[in-house]
Design a binder for this molecule. Structure first.
Ligand code: SF4
Ligand code: SF4
Ligand code: FES
Length: 214
């Protein structure tokens, strides 16, 4: 069976692509790899952000070009997301810290665009609302699978910067834990990784996989 070829557009330029291959692959095959930034080519690094439109009126949206399959009538627009200036994390973050580091927090109009844009299906808008209530542990969990592609920030017309805040909270909570361990205020569950013999480590790892705790 021969592979079906379709025409797609990349920033207005028409190329031939095989139905079902990834957009990144189609660009490589056409010799225009540079037209979309690419890193891991496996949906992990968040470099290859694009927006899509379909000339037949189907709804487009934001995607990772290395994960999205080519389809007929597809028009691809690269949307590289510029990184933000880093904000130093703080130990034991409070709502006032978050609000002062990110005054954009309270601008959220609950439009939902960030959630719709996320290629990792993170409930971004709900997480912004959790940030406003100071539910930081839950926010850190929400952003566990974030690949920092920046699409949630790209689509936010109110410039709220959800993933930048999520990352800052994760780093700040990590710093808090580190400070507690240093002061011996935290029972370090993972200490056995350094201390015990290899068999005991393996047994603990098996137990963790079975039961989900140490
Ligand atoms: S896109 Fe911006 S304004 Fe809309 S829900 Fe997300 S954070 Fe709030
Ligand atoms: S939360 Fe934002 S930055 Fe993280 S994966 Fe989703 S869209 Fe990308
Ligand atoms: S190139 Fe890394 S996510 Fe697409």
């Amino acid at each position: 069976m021969t592979e079906k070829t379709v025409e797609i557009k990349i920033s207005g330029k028409t190329i031939q692509a095989k139905l079902g291959e990834t957009i990144v692959n189609a660009l490589w095959e056409s010799g225009i790899a540079d037209s979309v930034k690419t890193g891991c080519a496996g949906g992990v690094c968040g470099a290859c952000t694009v927006t899509l439109r379909y000339s037949d009126g189907r709804q487009g949206g934001t995607e990772l070009a290395c994960m999205k399959a080519v389809d007929a009538e597809m028009e691809v627009f690269p949307c590289p997301v510029e990184p933000d200036d880093p904000v130093m994390p703080v130990s034991h973050p409070e709502l006032s810290h978050l609000q002062s580091a990110f005054p954009t927090l309270n601008r959220c109009t609950k439009c939902g665009s960030c959630t719709n844009s996320c290629p990792m299906s993170i409930p971004v808008m709900d997480s912004v609302l959790r940030m406003q209530k100071g539910e930081f542990q839950a926010v850190a969990e929400d952003f566990t699978t974030c690949i920092h592609c920046g699409l949630c920030r790209f689509v936010c017309e109110d410039k709220v910067k959800p993933h930048t805040m999520g990352l800052w909270l994760r780093r700040s909570l990590g710093l808090s834990r580190e400070a507690k361990i240093e002061k011996n205020e935290d029972n370090n569950d993972w200490e056995y990784l350094l201390d015990e013999d290899p068999e005991a480590r393996l047994e603990k790892a098996r137990h963790y996989r079975r039961k989900g705790n140490l």
